[in-house]
Design a binder for this molecule. Structure first.
Ligand code: C2E
Ligand code: MG
Ligand code: MG
Length: 944
């Protein structure tokens, strides 16, 4: 019962109970309705016929009682003697027919007598003693009926008025419910009912008016009405009066209460109905119990099982005996087994994926896979063989047994015939017997006790790269699903192996220099950090060497980049050959190499290696059949003696290397702390790379003729935008370049670039008369300078007379400069004395040297014309220079007053921000194109 209730509480049980009840009740209700209807039809027929029969009986009874009343009244009247009516009354009392008698004179004015006379029957009664009249009279609301006869002789006629007992006449028991009632209508409106007859409740209202016997045409009629909340039936019949009784036309009506539908429900009917309903309920209940037992319970179980399955929980259903549900249960169980298998396999694969992501080397991946391989297949042992990519005839075999915690590795030879067989069996290859040497791969598994084997290939991008095998002690129990899962493992391993290979390539690309194969700056930084940490505080020492090739740029420029690359590769090889295995040789850019020498006993040991390198790199390099010599300058710093951070170590080695360059190249110099104090060094180290990195540019500042404002010359001014940081000021880096000797290379670049630009202006026919280039003392000192100048001028077809070299007074102080100046002047180049007045200002120089132009320094011009001393000095310089046949240029002219002063005092040329700032070549081109030729006279206008 509880089970039933539980089932009924489920929605399926409720729905089932509802449907079954409805299906059972509907026909029952229809049947019930039909039966009721049939019964009511029958009942009405029965009632009609009963009414007819009763009416007939009642009428004949009434007729016979009226006849009896006629006769009894005749006897009583006959027995009445004289005028004494007492006997008569006494006799009436004993007669059941009459309730009273009254004797009145014939002309009596009483109600009955009057009615009798009015009806016309009075005459008959008075004339004939045998005739009696039936008279009705209304008293209050009640109607009484009388038999009237003459009493005594006709001469003194009196009337005997007998009142008929209505109870005797019409019957009816007042105590009984008025189911039937006989009503006598003696003339219009004279309605007689049995005493106690509930007229209002039974008869239709206004019945007296309706029941006019004259209106009834047929002798019998049936009719029905509603009164007192009930339904009534009536049967009327015209009354045949017995002879000797005169009365108006009379009518009898028998009334009968019709059976209501309620009344139809007899006790038996109720019982039957109850029994029917009960049996129906029982039947419905039984059906529900049966059906819910059959379907609801298994459906509920199926639902629960599906829920559990959805939550990845084991959910198998008990098999049932064969019925419709058992098929569903079987189908469900099959699906559940499959889905559970898929879940498990997905979980395992997800676990494998997580493991692969976490593992950082092949060993970790192989270990993780072997362990899961055993678990998934239930095998006794498993192995993964990674084939040697070069030969494929050997491989590293990692194997694991169920008893062991960690995999073992051995190198195994691989049978050439085995590989294609496995390769062509992606679903796995079974090996029933391990034969040596064909199956050397699975030999370790056999040694661990396995007899049957299953093997899968691992293909990476179409290449067999590994084998995967499991061993069983008994015939393999690997079901297809498990085999498929191992196939997935093989796929995962393939992906992991290819990722490893890719990672290795990426790592190489990120950490090694593509051209020389040496570690790059990134890896060097890493290793240096490690080295600094390793030697920190300990007794161990190491050395960091900064190697810069000498003259590499020349080879690159003259022989091309391919030759340059060749030189770098050779240098890299030689460097590697000079150091031990554990040492690091890195290329950190251009022709710069860095070396970490590990476990160096003392600086002398480092010195030996450094010298070996200098020696090795000094050997000729053969390119295109010709021998070239490169060399190397090396800076050496000791760790941890000189530096405790990688950054410091790098800077030290860099500084030492510049010292080596400065002191003549082709040598190794050890870092000394005082090198840090040399102000120029920081700039120098960057300058060294600036040329290679093309960080230099030239700006040009025009010089204007003071006579007419025409541009007569442009001065090339060097600009340096280092790749990092702000643009550098030439006043800061030119002295640094001079000190380090770099100015020789840089100056050559300036001369070449400026001449190239001048040639271009020439080609565009906008070139000014002269090109001025600043030359430093170091350049002038350089033995190659003259030759270089000549060759550049030739290359660009520029006459020497169009070129002006600007030199400062300090240059002239060096005695060696004289000869160089002579040679240049002879060639035709104009020499200008720059910044005149700031140095020794010895007028002597003007006389001794072939100087064509004097440039008055900005510091004098600055204070013009207000400062008297400056004005005098400027005036003196101009006068003197002119006296010696030199031209004068004023530098740094910023105001119109300065310009005016200089013009008035005969200064030939004007240079300064007032007229034009130094500008890039492109803007100078525009300026030159706009300016009229030298001959035209123009007012001065500012240009930029
Ligand atoms: P410098 O040869 O005397 O060049 C004139 C300097 O005065 C330039 O400075 C120029 O920009 C600046 N100047 C020109 N007009 C005015 C002005 O109206 N007001 C002010 N305040 N300055 C003006 P810059 O370019 O900074 O060069 C500084 C120095 O660097 C040069 O002095 C020169 O000695 C040296 N230098 C520049 N380029 C080279 C080069 O290619 N080789 C060598 N050896 N030295 C160079
Ligand atoms: Mg200059
Ligand atoms: Mg100057």
């Amino acid at each position: 019962m509880q089970k039933l209730l539980r089932h009924l509480r489920t929605s399926i049980g409720q729905r089932m109970a509802e449907v079954i009840s409805l299906a059972a009740c509907a026909p029952l209700l229809v049947l019930f309705g039909l039966i009721s209807w049939q019964r009511s039809v029958d009942e009405s027929g029965r009632m009609q016929s009963e009414l007819g029969a009763r009416s007939e009986a009642a009428v004949s009874g009434l007729q016979s009682r009226l006849a009896a009343a006629r006769d009894v009244s005749a006897v009583l009247v006959a027995g009445a003697s004289g005028r004494d009516d007492r006997v008569l009354r006494a006799n009436v009392i004993v007669s059941p027919a009459f309730s009273s008698v009254t004797v009145v004179p014939a002309d009596h004015n009483g109600t009955v007598a009057r009615t009798l006379m009015r009806s016309g029957a009075g005459e008959d009664v008075l004339r004939n003693v045998d005739t009696a009249a039936l008279v009705t009279a209304q008293f209050d609301s009640d109607t009484s009926i009388f038999v009237v006869r003459r009493i005594g002789p006709a001469a003194e006629a009196r009337l005997a008025i007998f009142e008929l007992d209505r109870h005797w006449l019409l019957g009816s028991d007042p105590d009984q419910a008025p189911t039937f009632g006989l009503v006598l209508v003696a003339g219009a409106g004279a309605l007689l009912t049995p005493p106690g007859f509930p007229r209002d409740a039974v008869l239709p209202t206004g019945v007296s008016a309706q029941f006019d016997p004259a209106a009834f045409e047929t002798s019998a009629e049936r009719f029905g009405w509603q009164a007192g909340g009930r339904e009534w039936l009536g049967h009327s019949a015209l009354l045949q009066l017995p002879s000797g009784l005169v009365a108006p036309q009379s009518l009898t009506v028998l009334t009968m209460q019709a059976n209501t539908p309620g009344a139809l429900l007899t006790a038996r009917g109720v019982l039957i109905t109850l029994a029917a309903v009960l049996s129906l309920l029982l039947a419905v209940g039984a059906a529900v119990i049966y059906l819910t037992g059959l379907y609801v319970a298994p459906l509920a179980a199926l639902q629960t099982a599906l829920d559990r399955l959805g939550r990845h929980q084991q959910a198998r259903l008990e098999p049932r005996r064969a019925d419709e549900i058992s098929d569903a249960v079987d189908a469900y169980n099959r699906a559940a087994t499959r889905i559970e298998g898929e879940f498990r396999s997905l979980e395992t694969l997800a676990e494998v994926d997580r493991m692969l992501l976490a593992a950082d080397d092949v060993e970790a991946i192989v270990d993780g896979l072997l362990e899961r391989l055993l678990r998934t297949t239930g095998a006794a042992s498993s192995c993964i063989v990674l084939l040697d990519p070069n030969t494929r005839s050997y491989g590293r075999n990692y194997f694991l047994t169920a008893q062991r915690a960690a995999a073992e590795m051995s190198r195994v030879p691989i049978d050439a015939e085995l590989l294609p067989m496995v390769e062509n069996s992606p679903q796995g290859l079974t090996i029933a017997r391990c034969e040596e040497p064909r199956h050397s791969v699975i030999a370790p598994l056999r040694e661990a006790g396995s007899e049957y084997f299953w093997m899968w290939p691992v293909n990476v991008e179409g290449d067999l790269r590994a084998l995967l095998a499991v061993g069983f002690q008994d015939a393999p129990s690997v079901v297809p699903d498990t085999a498929r899962q191992v196939e997935e493992f093989a796929g995962r391993l393939a992906a992991a192996l290819s990722k490893q290979a890719r990672d290795a390539v990426l790592y190489r690309q990120a950490h090694y220099d593509g051209m020389t194969g040496l570690p790059n700056r990134l890896l060097l930084a890493d290793r240096l950090e490690q080295e600094v940490a390793a030697v920190a505080g300990g007794s161990a020492r190491s050395a960091l060497l900064f190697v810069d090739l000498d003259h590499f740029k020349k080879i690159n420029d003259s022989l091309g980049h391919a030759a340059g690359d060749q030189v770098l590769a050779i240098a890299a090889q030689r460097l590697r050959g000079c150091v031990k295995d554990g040492d690091t040789v890195a290329r950190i850019g251009g022709d710069e190499f860095t070396i970490i020498l590990r476990q160096i006993a003392d600086p002398q040991a480092a010195q030996v290696v450094a010298e070996r390198i200098v020696h090795s790199l000094h050997k000729p390099v053969s390119i295109g059949g010709r021998d070239y010599r490169i060399g190397a300058s090396i800076g050496v710093t000791m760790l941890p003696d000189d530096a405790t951070s990688a950054e410091d170590a790098m800077r030290n080695a860099d500084l030492a290397m510049y010292r080596a360059k400065d002191s003549g190249r082709g040598r190794a110099v050890f870092f000394e702390p005082r090198m840090r104090d040399l102000k120029i060094t920081a700039t120098t180290s960057g300058l060294h790379r600036a040329l290679e990195r093309r960080e230099f540019a030239l700006y040009y500042q025009p010089q204007f003729a003071s006579s007419n404002g025409a541009i007569v010359a442009v001065e090339a001014l060097l600009r340096w935008q280092a790749s990092r940081g702000r643009p550098r000021d030439p006043k800061e880096f030119v002295p640094a370049a001079e000190q380090s000797g770099l100015i020789i290379d840089i100056g050559a670049w300036v001369l070449e670039t400026a001449c190239e630009q001048y040639a271009e202006w020439r080609a565009q026919e906008i070139a000014p008369a002269r090109l001025a280039v600043n030359i430093s003392a170091k350049q002038l000192d350089s033995p190659q300078f003259f030759g270089l100048t000549e060759s550049i001028l030739q290359r660009f077809s520029i006459e020497p007379s169009c070129v002006e070299f600007e030199l400062t007074e300090s240059v002239l102080a060096a005695s060696a400069a004289g000869d160089a100046l002579e040679r240049l002047a002879k060639l035709g180049i104009r020499i200008a004395l720059d910044d005149f007045g700031t140095g020794y200002s010895a007028m002597n120089y003007l006389r001794q040297h072939p100087i064509a132009v004097v440039k008055i320094d900005r510091s004098f011009v600055e204070d013009l014309p207000a400062d008297g001393a400056s004005a005098t000095l400027t005036d003196t310089i101009i006068t003197m220079a002119h006296a010696l046949g030199k031209e004068v240029v004023a530098e740094g002219v910023e105001t119109a007053e300065q310009l005016e002063f200089l013009r008035q005092h005969g200064c030939d040329f004007i240079q300064g921000h007032l007229l034009s700032r130094p500008l890039p070549a492109r803007k100078i081109s525009t300026l030159l194109a706009q300016r009229p030729s030298v001959q035209e006279s123009l007012p001065y206008t500012a240009t930029g």
